[in-house]
Design a protein around this ligand. Sequence first.
Ligand SMILES: [Zn+2]
Ligand SMILES: [Zn+2]
Length: 154
Amino acid sequence: MTDSNPTPDTQISGGCRCGQCRFTVSRGPLFAGYCHCNACRQRSSAPCTGFMMMDEPSFELVGETDSYRETGGSGAPIEHKRCSKCGSTIYTKLYVLKNILAVPEVLLDDKNLFQPQQHVWVSAKQDWFEINDGLMQQPGPPKLSEELMARLPR
Ligand SMILES: [Zn+2]
Ligand SMILES: [Zn+2]
């Protein structure tokens, strides 16, 4: 076994604030970015949230959870899976893409795994929050790779 840089097939692990929920995922991250939409900001009480898109079929979660459903920025439903004890959002299921979960980067055990590519939903950004990291800024949803485009429901 060699210890190499994260690749799309690295075993990734993480968990909630209280430790009751733990997860592993073997495919991802497929995308990483910051979301400035109202749903993310209000849910996390932060000016924006860092998230990573993971492959749902390879995502394994243990621990007791509850879920909360709402409408995402695209108008499609989204569903937040949360630890039933501490309330951390473990993932958000994006129905706008097939088999994709958005996982908050703060939950990951390996803090170096998060390598943001874009800021998304910048149209909802707070005026007092300044972006000066040079990353691509999307007024709406992420600009997706062909691999992710292939997961759009037909
Ligand atoms: Zn918890
Ligand atoms: Zn968002």
